[in-house]
Write a protein that binds this ligand. Structure first.
Ligand code: ZN
Length: 715
């Protein structure tokens, strides 16, 4: 090491400072894989910070009496190995000030090093809370005095006899769960059970989580720690209880820290196992339903979250203690980047990483596993969500990809760039970067992804089963009561029109007059053909009137069960020509109709592989032999109010047109025919899912941009 490395150009600004650890800190010494590590806890915030043996060698000399110059000089005199550089001291002081762990005599100098940094850090914290409301903590209760009064709880959780009993229960529970799995699953997947379960699930969840957190807290108290905060944390708006167990990270014994971390999962597993036993033993009923929910909550949270070391919940911290690798996730990623950099970019050896070489395999394995897990979750959620809520799903996926993949990637690229600059490897770095970006673009461009179109359809009566009046007029009392089975041609109701009979009389009088005129004409004159033409026209007019008089009585065009609209039942009223007054319900005479935009219609015409139909409550699906007919021309009118936003549908109504149900943009009707469709109710909402041939991701993205944004420009 050359001497120039030892000195720092700003040293004179700091040399006279007298640092001292803040009064609210306490320290503990842990040993990780034979290497001592020092923890400094800020008791005010509860946060713990780790420092290496080398850092501690300096920090332990901060007594508030000696200034930095004499501390450093003393270390030089004592031949401390390795001797810290002045810049190490500057960095360390800077870090400690930012963490608010030290106080400085001559504090006005703080501004020199840390003022700006601290302000930046605080601003960043505020921004994170504003921009990312993903983990808001809401403290609720200080359980310390409760825990101190109920020390017997500690015995419940740590007595060897009880522990072996718990182990036995879990074993039995697991065996039962495996044995009864098919039945358990069948029972749960029944849609009706599932819906009722949702309420139970919401009630069971806090109950189990309360036990989980209590277990953490009790064990912290068991080994002399204190828990002063229990509350709710909101992860992506989902409430998750938490307990402030930072005291546990001060525990010197590793098994104690691990036990605290593991206590929550263990408690859930015991509860879930007990519930499994109850479920097998109990008769169907509320008790069994509650037991099933405890199994689900305990099982899912143990397997996917708290028991999964790949996400930062309990098991992660347990594993990181077990391997004696603090900050496991970050170190694993660093190691992965380091090895990649060594292999591809020829980075020089980094002593800090080489120190970890004996756990390199674990770190690489962890880095790859946790990345793969994150990818599976992101891809799974995105496929699921874009299926139901395309826009929201895409936004959420965008957020996941940005925060979970892009931001860490950019960070590691930045540090990679910095490292490479030392070794004059920038050319290779740029090459590797463009290469991998190119690879990603290629993958995105070529990777085929399933592609679907979703729209809504309604179960509507076929046109001829709708009862309409043919002529404007006064409605009589219905001839047939609602609910009657009618056959084709039966008269349903009469309409009285006072105008038509009068017009008929007038026409007949006219006809009489023409007839007598014709008889009065002698010889072949030019009069005769003219008169004949007038007579023929009048006769035709009269026939038309007769026809309309005939149609005054509304007859059944199809067979089925008669239903009257409300107005008709409440006594005679006026109905205008073409008005719907009732319906002949016949479940065979229906049409399933939906509307789509023109661009979607084009896509449906071009490539349709399979069509699936799902009822609104999700309990009925149809996917056999469904044929889909896209009507040829676009229209500006919907056939039912239920297609509009006001009616619960998807289309905005053009309010300017009061009479018709007009749309703002042209739509195309799609008619589906479904064999063996069971009608439950008319106007039932159905969800249609059409799958198209797989397409590269780039096409999907382009279509999304086109349909969401460009169509507004076109319109
Ligand atoms: Zn926990």
């Amino acid at each position: 090491m050359s001497t120039t490395h030892l000195y720092h150009r700003d040293w004179h600004l700091l040399a006279q400072l007298k640092p001292r650890l803040s009064a609210q800190t306490r320290t503990a010494r842990h040993v990780y894989r034979g290497e001592p590590t020092f923890i400094i806890q800020d008791q005010y915030s509860g946060r713990c910070h780790r420092f290496s043996r080398y850092a501690w060698e300096i920090i332990r000399r901060f007594d508030g009496d000696r200034d930095l110059q004499s501390i450093w000089q003393r270390m030089v005199d004592q031949k401390v190995q390795p001797l810290p550089r002045q810049s190490d001291l500057v960095d360390l002081i800077d870090q400690l000030i930012r963490l608010e762990l030290i106080e400085l005599e001559g504090a006005e100098r703080q501004g020199v090093v840390a003022g700006q940094e601290a302000r930046k850090a605080r601003w960043k914290q505020v921004m994170q809370k504003v921009v990312m409301p993903l983990s808001i903590k809401l403290p609720i209760w200080d359980p310390d005095s409760f825990l101190s009064r109920n020390r017997w709880l500690e015995t419940v959780l740590t007595h060897p006899l009880l522990l072996s009993a718990y182990l036995l229960i879990v074993l039995v529970g697991v065996v039962l769960a495996i044995g009864w799995w098919p039945e358990f699953q069948n029972n749960l997947l029944d849609a009706a059970v599932l819906r009722e379960n949702l309420i139970l699930l919401v009630l069971t969840y806090p109950f189990i989580k309360a036990f989980h957190e209590l277990a953490h807290a009790v064990l912290v108290r068991r080994w002399g720690g204190h828990v002063h905060e229990v509350g709710l944390m909101f992860l992506v708006f989902f409430p998750v209880p938490y307990v402030d167990a930072t005291d546990a990270s001060m525990f010197v014994k590793r098994y104690q820290r691990m036990a605290v971390g593991f206590a929550g999962i263990a408690t859930e597993l015991v509860l879930a196992s007990l519930a499994m036993i109850v479920w097998v033993a109990a008769e169907p009923g509320i008790l069994r339903a509650i037991a099933a929910n405890i199994v689900i909550v305990g099982g899912i949270s143990s397997l996917l979250f708290n028991g999964n070391p790949l996400v930062r919940f309990d098991a992660y911290y347990v594993l990181s203690d077990a391997w004696e690798i603090p900050n496991l996730g970050r170190r694993a990623n660093d190691m992965f980047g380091y090895q990649l950099g060594r292999a591809l970019l020829g980075w020089q050896r980094d002593p800090a990483q080489e120190q970890m070489v004996n756990v390199c395999g674990r770190l690489l394995g962890y880095a790859i596993a946790s990345f793969a897990y994150r990818m599976i979750i992101v891809v799974g959620i995105s496929i699921y969500l874009t299926g139901i809520l395309p826009l929201f799903g895409l936004l959420l996926v965008g957020l996941f990809v940005t925060m979970g993949i892009l931001v860490p990637l950019v960070k590691s690229l930045r540090s990679g760039w910095r490292k490479s600059s030392f070794h004059l490897m920038k050319g290779r770095f740029v090459l590797a970067l463009t290469g991998s970006v190119g690879l990603v673009v290629l993958l995105l461009g070529w990777m085929p992804m399933p592609s679907t179109t979703n729209f809504e359809a309604l179960v509507l009566p076929r046109d001829d089963s709708i009862v309409r009046v043919a002529e404007t007029g006064q409605l009589s009392k219905p001839r047939l009561a609602a609910g009657t089975q009618v056959s084709v041609g039966q008269t349903l109701i009469s309409v009285t029109n006072s105008d038509l009979p009068i017009r008929k009389k007038v026409l007949m009088a006219r006809l009489d007059r023409y007839e007598s005129q014709r008889q009065g004409v002698y010889g072949a004159t030019a009069e005769l053909p003219k008169l004949d033409a007038v007579i023929a026209a009048t006769q035709a007019e009269q026939q038309r009137i007769d026809q309309r008089l005939e149609q005054l009585d509304v007859r059944a065009a199809v067979a089925g069960e008669l239903q009257w609209h409300d107005g008709v039942m409440q006594g005679a009223d006026y109905a205008s020509r073409g008005e719907q007054i009732g319906l002949i319900r016949n479940d065979k005479l229906i049409q399933i109709r939906g509307y789509v935009t023109e661009s979607v219609a084009d896509r449906l015409r071009q490539s349709t592989e399979t069509v699936e139909l799902r009822s609104g409550d999700g309990r009925h699906t149809y996917n056999q032999d469904i044929s889909l007919q896209v009507l040829p021309s676009a229209v500006n009118e919907l056939s039912d109010i239920a297609f509009t936003l006001d009616g619960g549908g998807q289309f905005a109504r053009d309010g300017r047109d009061g009479e018709r149900i007009a749309t703002l943009r042209p739509v195309v009707a799609v008619v589906l025919s479904v064999p063996d469709f069971a009608v439950r109710a008319f106007k039932e909402r159905l969800y249609v899912r059409v799958s198209h041939p797989q397409e590269p991701l780039a096409n999907h993205i382009w279509r999304f941009i086109e349909t969401q944004f460009l169509s507004f420009l076109k319109a």
